[in-house]
Design a protein around this ligand. Sequence first.
Ligand SMILES: CC(C)(COP(=O)(O)OP(=O)(O)OC[C@H]1O[C@@H](n2cnc3c(N)ncnc32)[C@H](O)[C@@H]1OP(=O)(O)O)[C@@H](O)C(=O)NCCC(=O)NCCS
Length: 174
Amino acid sequence: MQIRPETGADHESVERVQELAFADARIPTLVSTLRTAAAPLPPVSLVASVDGQVVGHVMLSASRLDAPRRLVDVYVLSPLGVLPDFQRQGIGTRLVEQALAAARDVPLVFLEGSPAYYGKRGFTGAVALGFRAPSLRIPEPAFQVAPMPPYEPWMTGTLVYSAPFWDLDCVGLR
Ligand SMILES: CC(C)(COP(=O)(O)OP(=O)(O)OC[C@H]1O[C@@H](n2cnc3c(N)ncnc32)[C@H](O)[C@@H]1OP(=O)(O)O)[C@@H](O)C(=O)NCCC(=O)NCCS
């Protein structure tokens, strides 16, 4: 299994992987929109491939933290998906690990997800660190963050998702 940045030739497979992983047509559209959206940080889009087949995908895209001192550019990790037949083989874990490695120059990486899964993979509850979720529909334990080397304690406040998440109603998936 190889983890590598996606290329233009992977776009169709990536969107298929996310559609099958989430069974939700909004998720592949979210990926294609985030790829080309104007953003203060470049998106990071990594694929896991096995024998040349794309079987997993993770994306980081820029959002903002509304901190008291100033707006801070941060990453949101979303979506993460692995084809059902390839789940539980460590592929998701490797994708998260490589996504965090690619985010080391950005202060914070936020996500919504299971604390049982992400708590073992570098993330911690965001509310306890002084962050406020972008929607009341996100249960507190699901709102998680991974502080990166440039993080400083004054960086608290509300996470404001980038426009594609709102446009596609992908905040706090209903
Ligand atoms: C979540 C997901 C990315 C994990 O990928 P993966 O390659 O299977 O994960 P790994 O093999 O690295 O990790 C295995 C862990 O995930 C759990 N897991 C994997 N697939 C699971 C599933 N379908 N349902 C519940 N738990 C699952 C395993 O129980 C295991 O837990 P442990 O760490 O306590 O042992 C994958 O299941 C997926 O694509 N799910 C659908 C989309 C989704 O929900 N994405 C995350 C949204 S935040």
